[in-house]
Write a protein that binds this ligand. Structure first.
Ligand code: NAP
Length: 353
């Protein structure tokens, strides 16, 4: 592992830069990569790292860049655009791949490459960020306590804002409304419906079902056929979504409105500042239930973007050390207890009523 080389593609983004800085803090020397030499150069110079500028449609140059490393960390999104060409390059080169997508279609794409990944002896791991490492590890933990569980619920609350990239990726998914998994199948439900109260370790919050990565990853990790993934939202947002959620989702399916929403995201969205990243906390809960009984667990961890940088680099360390093979969920690749290796994180089996 000491000699292993890895490349961070999308290093120029808000999250990619946080990952690059965290990597250097932990003594790594990743090759910084992305499509824009003008944006990469100052970052590579500031961090004293090698850089490679290559677009995803430059297949020969991409093949050379990917073949020169043991693992590619893709932080460039939306991943519906970036993951397919990057995964294809990794499969051709025999280079492992990890990304931080939360997009359901991308998880499905990744898992469809399982046989090819096994044949090449590499790992393809999607979702190695806040979406979905903590909830996937928690899902694996509670599911292991309830053999034959038939339902899984997860919920999360984080004190943060969303970056331009996250907002754009979320807009791409919300055109479909919200989703839940029932009897093994993804089903659409109107955004803003099925709200419920969830007790987190720091108190109770209203939450509503969202198309969080768990709908694919926890299904792969646990095989539980009924999954609902919830996000905490304040009462005002819940009411707004109940009234406007359906029409807004339908509008996002119209090209001109989707383009306008992307443009607005570029103007208005802004990732969390350093103080929020440093001091913000995230809270998660999961419950598995079935004929054999039920189990719940809670998690307290870092703010979402700081978590993504810290856990993403820690995941790279594990993947390069353990060399798992196949298209894997984070908990399959890293283990349910991986979450406990992340600083300032604790898992609880009970919380005060
Ligand atoms: N799993 C998680 O918890 C988690 C956490 C944070 C972010 N994310 C996801 O990560 C992605 C990036 O987020 P961000 O906050 O860093 O967004 P951002 O600041 O907008 O950065 C986007 C990055 O992607 C690159 N990129 C976009 N389209 C590309 C393409 N077609 N080819 C090559 N590079 C492309 C951009 O390159 P340029 O600089 O050249 O434009 C930039 O480096 C989003 O999809 C977001 O949802 C996930």
């Amino acid at each position: 592992m000491a000699d292993a080389r890895w490349m961070l593609y999308g290093a120029t983004g808000f999250t990619g830069t946080l990952i690059a800085e965290e990597a250097v803090r932990r003594g790594h020397r990743p090759v910084l990569a992305g499509r824009s030499p003008a944006r990469l150069a100052p970052l590579a110079e500031r961090l004293g790292l090698e850089m490679v500028a290559v677009r995803l449609d430059q297949s020969e140059a991409l093949a050379r860049a990917v073949a020169a490393v043991d693992l590619v960390f893709c932080a460039a999104g939306p991943f519906v655009v970036t993951a397919p060409p990057m995964q294809a390059a990794c499969l051709a080169a025999g280079t492992s791949y990890v990304d931080i997508t939360g997009e359901l279609a991308v998880f499905r794409h990744t898992y469809a490459q399982d046989a090819a990944a096994r044949a090449r002896g590499i790992a393809l791991v999607s979702g190695a960020g806040f979406d979905v490492i903590p909830s996937d590890c928690l899902a694996a933990y509670v599911a292991a306590q309830v053999p034959g569980a038939t339902t899984l619920e997860t919920a999360l609350a984080t004190h943060s804002r969303t970056s331009v990239g996250t907002t754009r990726s979320a807009l791409g998914m919300l055109g479909e409304g919200s989703q839940v998994r029932r009897n093994g199948v993804l089903c659409s439900i109107p955004l803003g419906t099925e709200a419920r109260k969830v007790r987190f370790s720091d108190g109770e919050r209203w939450c509503l079902p969202v198309p969080w990565g768990d709908l694919e990853t926890a299904y792969r990790t646990t095989g539980i056929p009924n999954i609902t993934a919830c996000l905490a939202a304040n009462k005002g947002i819940l009411t707004l979504l109940r009234v406007l959620g359906g029409p807004a989702c339908r509008l996002l399916r119209v090209g001109a409105f989707a383009r306008a929403a992307h443009w607005l995201a570029g103007r208005l969205a802004q990732g969390p500042n350093e103080a929020t990243r440093r001091h913000g906390r995230s809270f998660l809960w999961a419950r598995a239930a079935g004929p054999a009984g039920e189990a719940q667990a809670w998690l307290e961890t870092l703010e979402a973007y700081r978590f993504t940088a810290v856990a993403g680099v820690t995941a790279v360390e594990h993947l390069l050390r353990d060399r798992p093979v196949g298209a894997l969920s984070p908990a399959q690749a890293l283990g349910a207890d991986f979450i406990l290796s992340i600083e300032d994180t604790r898992r609880l089996d009970a919380v005060p009523a």
